[in-house]
Ligand binder design. Structure first.
Ligand code: C5P
Length: 338
């Protein structure tokens, strides 16, 4: 009998995504408060003649089934490290929205790494696996550990966080994804435009580390997480983020007069203006907080409890402002062999 290993990996939402200036290497330093949510991809690895990938799920056709897929790159990376030919069939059952700002691709990378490690019996340490995850992408280490964590650097340097309760979310899934690099570029462009407006025509800069404050986690937000206090978390999420472009500006205002703890939100909305309607529909339907998840276009809504989340997801589906709305809770465990 051919042995196979299946690993379940959670999605994430960023309850805070403070984005610093663009670094010389093109990345941005972050204060990234990750929370794993109970929507999962399952990666199954089986020995095969050659490395191949198959994908199932509503948007399977939008997932690259070649070596650009992070799951394939994970198998190749671990194989290269341990001198094992990555001759495996990787099957990905996708529940996490594709290119949705919920780390679905990162989940598949972490899942394939853990699955190949178990299949091959490499016995890699947790530290080694985390360092391979960081090579694969900024969000991949968090997909491995799950729970809640503060990510510094480009998001890969993790400190686990305590969470004092269960949070109830609704995720409004959009039609079509957004490219993460494109959203970061748009964030830079908006910051440059805000700077030029303030400093006068011809002024250049505004998106660099000299002009953008260092990203810092919000103490109120970390306290709310630790206490499991949904009302305090909602208020910290809506309290606003880094001013656009440089210190001293006005935080971007969004729906309901609130700000957003996600500095990529303005950029995601600029690239996909219809997200304003989705955010407004959730706020009108009673969400305690309404934000874009990571680089979007999925929108995340915080509900008071399970019943409120069920009602909110029904209202969002009926609003016609998203393809579907899915309730899910957090925190959730990281990559787990099932
Ligand atoms: O690390 P990852 O491959 O997921 O990043 C994808 C892209 O997102 C990067 O190439 C970069 O454009 C952008 N990014 C960034 N700063 C980060 C993380 C990602 O600019 N901290």
């Amino acid at each position: 009998m051919t042995r196979s290993v299946t690993v379940s990996v959670p999605a994430k939402v960023n309850v805070q995504l403070a984005v610093g200036g663009v670094r010389p290497d093109g990345f941005h330093d972050l204060a990234n408060v990750f929370l794993a949510v109970g929507l999962h991809d399952r990666v199954t690895v089986t020995p095969s003649d050659t490395l191949r990938i198959t994908v199932e799920g509503p948007d399977a056709d939008q997932v690259p089934a070649d070596r650009t897929n992070l799951a394939a790159r994970a198998a190749e990376l671990l194989g290269a490290r341990y001198g094992i030919a990555p001759e495996v069939h990787l099957h990905i059952a996708k529940e996490i929205p594709v290119a949705g700002g919920m780390a679905g691709g990162s989940a598949d990378g972490a899942g394939a790494l853990v699955a190949c490690d178990a299949l091959w019996g490499t016995g890699a340490s947790r530290e080694e696996l985390l360092s391979l995850c960081a090579e694969l992408g900024s969000d991949v280490p968090f997909s491995l550990i799950g729970g809640a964590a503060l990510g510094r650097g480009r998001g890969e340097l993790l400190t686990p966080l305590e969470v004092g309760g269960t949070f109830h979310w609704v995720f409004a899934v959009a039609d079509g994804g957004l490219s993460t690099p494109a959203v970061y570029r748009e964030c830079d462009r908006l910051r440059e435009a805000a700077y030029a407006e303030r400093a006068g025509a011809g002024a250049t800069g505004g998106a660099s580390v000299e002009h953008v404050p260092d990203p810092e986690p919000s103490p109120a937000l970390l306290d709310a997480l630790a206490e499991g206090d949904v009302v305090a978390l909602a208020s910290a999420v809506m309290a606003g983020g880094t001013p656009p472009g440089f210190a001293g500006g006005t935080p971007a205002r969004t729906v309901s007069g609130g700000g957003s703890s996600n500095d990529l939100q303005a950029a995601a909305v600029s690239l996909r203006p219809s997200l304003t309607e989705t955010l407004e529909a959730g706020a009108k339907a009673g969400a305690l907080a309404s934000i874009v998840s990571g680089s979007g276009p999925t929108c995340a809504f915080l509900a008071r409890d399970a019943a409120a989340a069920t009602a909110l997801s029904g209202a969002l589906r009926a609003s016609g402002t998203c393809r579907t709305a899915i309730p899910a809770t957090s925190p959730a465990p990281g990559a787990t062999v099932v």
